[in-house]
Design a protein around this ligand. Structure first.
Ligand code: UDP
Length: 348
């Protein structure tokens, strides 16, 4: 029997790290996915793998600019919008801070207006960075944070805070049905090896025999969530009826220091690795750990993957990628995220 054409789920940032996992999970759940991405920090093989699905369509576009016609002409059939579009590694979001801010503010506004016109439910991928360098542990959603509005991370932190404000204002005015997820450090397959974040940096360094670059003395903490758990939470949040206008923390409560992360990775790599210390970046949060009580209560969710198991899967995936000539060939045509940031800025 021929299937009736259903609506689209729009995934902005669908070729990126978390976005590509969201697209795949949606496709596997039978949804039709319209992926909008400027490929700024995307990993090209992520997209190549998704293009094998018949219900997947890719549109190139930058949400800080007017949305492409290929998206606007589908307005009436867009049912859900995930906004995962933004560089998320500190190194990359700081490479063009104006673009980062505009992606979060102007880009989120454009997608919210699309949600208003289409009647689509809208999910914003916000971040634990809205808490800045938190003075309260663990971080609950009602903690208002400790963010510098002038520092080098502000383009992302304040951009996401403003994006949350926009989303909740649209909801309060009855213009869109919104969900806001505050995603804590997520790791897993499909990250770029040159993304700049700590897990991909360390694994890339181990695989290439380079010393591990610990920023500062390694006493700062993070709580790392495996990507499959994060995606599960995002999809539950999109489907959930919410009692109120709430942002929801999504993350793993297992907090560890960066020095402890090194030890865990040494166990996986089966041996000691050389270490070099670099300066701690400005405004680097000293501690970060989510309180996920709300996600437990409202979504029935908590992370299922232990850190050691998730890191093992991630390490094995990177190791296979390191050896894979096919992926290397696709990646060879890829100018890399820094070149793309420069190109997008130049044409902005
Ligand atoms: N970090 C590190 N070495 C690296 C990359 C990052 O020690 O090669 C540290 C960084 O200073 C921070 C933590 O690891 O304290 C997590 O950094 P990441 O860039 O992954 O994300 P953040 O949580 O800071 O957004």
């Amino acid at each position: 029997m021929k299937r009736e054409p259903e609506g689209w789920t729009l995934v902005a940032g669908g070729a990126g790290f978390i976005g590509s996992h969201v697209c795949r999970a949606l496709l596997e759940a039978g949804e039709r996915v319209l992926c909008l991405d400027n490929l700024q920090t995307a990993r090209v093989p992520n997209l190549a793998a998704l293009e094998k699905f018949a219900d997947f369509r890719f549109v190139w576009g930058d949400i800080s600019h007017p949305l492409p016609q290929e998206v606007m002409r589908e307005t009436r059939s867009i049912r859900r919008i995930y906004n995962l579009a933004c560089a998320a590694s500190p190194e990359l979001y700081q490479a063009d801070p104006e673009h980062t801010m505009l992606t979060n503010v102007v880009g989120t506004d454009r997608l919210l207006r699309l949600a208003e016109q289409s009647g689509a439910r809208f999910l914003l991928a916000s971040t634990s960075e809205v808490y800045g360098d938190p003075a309260v542990h663990p971080q609950r959603e009602d903690y208002r944070g400790n963010v510098s509005c002038t520092g080098p991370r502000a383009c992302y932190d304040e951009g996401k805070r403003a994006a949350e404000t926009l989303a909740f204002d649209f909801a309060r005015c009855g213009r869109a049905d919104v969900r806001v997820a505050r995603i804590f450090n997520t790791y897993g397959p499909h990250m770029r090896i040159d993304d700049g974040r700590v897990v991909s940096n360390f694994i890339g360094q181990i695989l290439s025999g380079a010393p591990l670059t610990i920023y500062g003395d390694g006493s700062q903490t993070r709580s790392f969530c495996y990507v499959a758990d994060t995606v599960d939470a995002l999809m539950r949040l999109m489907g959930a009826e919410m009692p109120d206008l709430l942002a929801i923390n999504i993350g793993n409560q297992h907090e560890l220091t960066i020095a402890e992360l090194v030890e865990t990775l040494c166990d996986i790599a089966d041996g000691p690795v050389p270490i070099v210390h670099h300066a701690l970046p400005t405004d680097d949060p000293q501690r970060r750990r989510p309180d996920i009580t709300k996600a437990r209560e409202l979504l029935g969710w908590e992370p299922a993957t232990a850190l050691s198991a998730g890191l093992r899967k991630t390490y094995d995936w990177f190791a296979a990628e390191h050896r894979a000539p096919a992926t290397a060939a696709v990646a060879a045509g890829d100018p890399g995220p820094r070149a793309r940031v420069a190109r997008i800025s130049a044409t902005g």
